[in-house]
Ligand binder design. Structure first.
Ligand code: HEM
Ligand SMILES: *[C@@H]1O[C@H](CO)[C@@H](O)[C@H](O)[C@H]1NC(C)=O
Ligand SMILES: *[C@@H]1O[C@H](CO)[C@@H](O)[C@H](O)[C@H]1NC(C)=O
Ligand SMILES: *[C@@H]1O[C@H](CO)[C@@H](O)[C@H](O)[C@H]1NC(C)=O
Ligand SMILES: CC(=O)N[C@H]1CO[C@H](CO)[C@@H](O)[C@@H]1O
Length: 489
C-alpha cells in the first residue's frame, strides 16, 4: 500500500507533486494553527505542531534551567512572548506590568481553570472550575477558617502534632527521608487541623488514596485499566466514600452544638448559609476538600523540606534562627508547653529566611490562565482560548526590585522599604492569591522552631542536586540524620 503510493507519486508530473505538497502543508497548517493573521502577536516560537516547546521547557526544568529558559526568551522577544505548552498556544507574561495584568484580570478576560486531569480527580465543583459567584462563596468558606483570627486558635493543636511527629520520626529511623517525611507530616496536619479528621486509620487510608490521585494529574487522560489516570479515578471514589460519613457526622455535631462552626474547613463549609444562599452540597464539599488538599500539599511540604536543606547548609543563618527561637522560649512565662500565636508572630527573622528561600526557589514556578475573550496587553493581541503562563522567577531575580538578586539575603524582607507590588509573588497576587499563606507560615515556623530547639540534623548527601520537575526536586529525597537532644529550657 505504502509502496504503491510512493510509486504513484514518482509517476506524477513535478507540478502536481508541488501542488500536493503545498496543499498538504496548508492542511496541516490549518489543522494545527488557527489563522492569526490580523492579530498582533508577540515574538516567540510555537515550536512543533501539538508538542510545541513543552519538551524543551520540561527538559530545561529538569536541568534546573527553567529560569534561564524563560530569561533567554525575554531577552530575545521582550517580557511577553508566545510559545506552545501542554497542548495549547501560550503567552508567557513576565515583569511587573505583566504580573499586574494577569493577577488583575477578572473572569470576563481570564479563567484560572486547571488542566483537565486535575478537574476530573478534584471534581467538577472544585474551586477553580466554579462560576464566579459560587467561587466567591466557596472561597469565603475556606477563608473563614484560614484567616488569622480563626487560625490563631489552632496553633496549639498544630504544635502538639508537629512536636510528636518529629520525636517519633527521630526515634524510629537512623536516616530520615526529609522530603517524604515533610509530605507525611503536612498531610497529617492537614487532616487533623484543616479538616478535623483525626482517626488514624482514616488518615492512613486517605494518605495512600491521595498518593495515587496526585499521580493522575500529570497523566494522560486515557481511561484504560492499569493507567495512572484510571487508578486516580478509583482513588477519588475511595476518598469520596471515606469523607461522606465524616460530613454526615459533622452535620449532626453542628446541629446538636457539639462542634463549633469554625472548628475546621468542613465545618465552615457546612455553616455557609443565609438569605438567598444555596448551601454547599456534599459533593461541593468533597470536591473542595480534595482541591484544598492538592493546593496545600506539595507547596507547603516543599517549603518545609527546603528550610531543612537550607539550615543544614548555612550555619550562619542556622545560628541566627536558633538564637531567635531560643529567645522566644526564654521569654516564655512558665506553664505554657506549646507555642502561642503571639510567639509565632515574633519569629520575624525565621520567616524572612523562608521568604528569601521562596524568592530564590519559589515552590510554584508559575501557573496557567486561559483567556476567555480576545484582549490586549502591551500592544499585543491575546486571542480568546490561549493559555497565559505567569512565572515568578523573572521579577524575583530582577535587580531593579531585588538588589544583588543572586545573593541570599533574608534582610531584604526586614527592611523598611516595602517590596513593590506584584514583584514578589510566591503566593501569587490579586483575586486568586493564595489564601493558605498564613497557614503555611504557622506550620513552617512551628516545624523550624522544634527542629532548631530540640534536634540536630545533617544532610547524608551534602552534594545532593536540586532540580525542578516542576517543583524543587532533591534527587535523592533529601536524606538527613535527625537526632533529638535534651530540651534547652
Ligand atoms: C508555601 C506554601 C504555598 C505556596 C507557595 C502557595 C502558592 C500559591 C500560589 C502561587 C497561588 C496562586 C495561583 C495562581 O494565581 O495561579 C495559590 C493559590 C491558592 N492556594 Fe496556595 N500556596 C501554598 C500553600 C497553601 C495552603 C497551605 C493552602 C490551603 C490551606 C493553599 C490554598 C490555596 C488556594 C485555595 C488557592 C486558590 C485561590 C484562588 O484561586 O482564589 N495554599 N497558592
Ligand atoms: C510516610 O508514611 C508512609 C505511610 O504511613 C510510611 O510508610 C512511610 O514510612 C512514611 N515515611 C516517612 C519518611 O516518614
Ligand atoms: C505513573 O506514575 C509513576 C510515578 O509518577 C510514573 O513513574 C509512571 O511512569 C506513570 N505511568 C504511566 C503509564 O504514565
Ligand atoms: C451529638 O451528635 C454526635 C454525632 O451524631 C453524637 O455522637 C453525640 O453524642 C451528640 N451529642 C449530644 C450531646 O447530643
Ligand atoms: C524540596 C521538596 O520537598 N521537593 C518536593 C516537592 O514536591 C514534589 C512533588 O511531590 C517532590 O517530587 C519534590 O521532591
Amino acid at each position: 500500500m505504502v509502496n504503491s503510493l510512493v510509486e504513484s507519486f514518482m509517476d506524477m508530473p513535478p507540478l502536481v507533486l508541488v501542488a500536493i505538497t503545498i496543499a498538504s502543508s496548508l492542511f496541516l497548517y490549518l489543522l494545527f494553527k488557527k489563522d492569526y493573521r490580523g492579530y498582533n502577536l508577540p515574538g516567540g516560537s510555537l515550536g512543533f505542531p501539538l508538542i510545541g516547546e513543552s519538551i524543551s521547557f520540561l527538559r530545561a526544568q529538569l536541568q534546573d534551567r527553567g529560569d534561564q529558559w524563560i530569561h533567554d526568551r525575554v531577552l530575545k522577544h521582550g517580557p511577553v512572548f508566545k510559545t506552545h505548552m501542554m497542548g495549547s498556544p501560550t503567552f508567557v507574561i513576565t515583569g511587573q506590568p505583566g504580573n499586574k495584568f494577569v493577577f488583575g484580570a477578572d473572569y470576563d478576560i481570564m479563567s484560572a481553570k486547571p488542566p483537565k486531569t486535575l478537574a476530573i480527580v478534584a471534581g467538577e465543583y472544585s474551586l477553580s472550575d466554579l462560576p464566579k459567584p459560587r467561587y466567591l462563596l466557596v472561597k469565603q468558606g475556606m477563608v473563614s477558617f484560614l484567616k488569622a483570627e480563626s487560625l490563631q486558635h489552632h496553633v496549639k493543636h498544630m504544635d502538639r502534632l508537629i512536636k510528636a511527629s518529629l520525636l517519633r520520626e527521630s526515634k524510629d529511623r537512623d536516616v530520615v527521608q526529609a522530603v517524604q517525611f515533610m509530605k507525611n507530616l503536612t498531610f497529617e496536619v492537614a487532616c487533623c487541623v484543616l479538616f478535623g479528621v483525626d482517626d488514624e486509620v482514616i488518615i492512613k487510608g486517605l494518605m495512600s488514596d491521595f498518593a495515587v490521585a496526585f499521580k493522575a494529574f500529570w497523566s494522560i487522560p486515557i481511561n484504560l485499566p492499569g493507567t495512572n489516570y484510571t487508578r486516580g479515578l478509583a482513588a477519588r471514589k475511595r476518598i469520596v466514600a471515606k469523607i461522606l460519613p465524616i460530613i454526615q457526622k459533622k452535620k449532626e455535631e453542628l446541629a446538636n452544638g457539639t462542634l463549633s462552626p469554625r472548628n475546621d474547613v468542613i465545618a465552615c463549609f457546612l455553616s455557609i448559609g443565609g438569605e438567598n444562599v444555596v448551601p454547599l452540597s456534599d459533593l461541593e464539599i468533597i470536591d473542595n476538600f480534595i482541591f484544598l488538599m492538592i493546593a496545600s500539599h506539595d507547596t507547603a511540604a516543599n517549603l518545609s523540606s527546603m528550610m531543612i536543606w537550607k539550615l543544614a547548609r548555612d550555619k550562619e543563618i542556622y545560628n541566627k534562627i536558633r538564637e531567635e527561637q531560643l529567645s522566644i522560649l526564654a521569654q516564655r512565662q512558665g506553664g505554657d508547653e506549646t507555642l502561642t500565636w503571639i510567639e509565632v508572630n515574633k519569629m520575624k527573622y525565621t520567616w524572612s529566611v523562608a521568604q528569601e528561600l521562596m524568592r530564590v526557589i519559589p515552590p510554584l514556578f508559575g501557573n496557567f490562565r486561559t483567556t476567555t475573550a480576545d484582549t490586549t496587553f502591551a500592544g499585543y493581541d491575546l486571542p480568546k482560548g490561549w493559555q497565559v503562563f505567569w512565572v515568578a522567577c523573572e521579577t524575583h531575580m530582577d535587580k531593579n526590585f531585588f538588589e544583588d538578586p543572586t545573593t541570599f539575603d533574608p534582610s531584604r524582607f526586614e527592611a523598611k522599604k516595602p517590596i513593590p507590588p506584584c514583584t514578589y509573588i510566591p503566593f501569587g497576587a490579586g483575586m486568586h492569591q493564595c489564601i493558605g499563606n498564613e497557614y503555611a507560615r504557622v506550620k513552617t515556623l512551628t516545624i523550624v522552631h522544634h527542629l532548631v530547639t530540640r534536634f540536630e540534623w545533617s544532610q547524608v548527601n551534602p552534594n545532593e542536586k536540586i532540580s525542578r520537575q516542576p517543583l524543587p526536586y532533591p534527587s535523592t529525597g533529601l536524606p538527613i540524620k535527625l537526632v533529638s537532644k535534651p530540651a534547652v529550657l
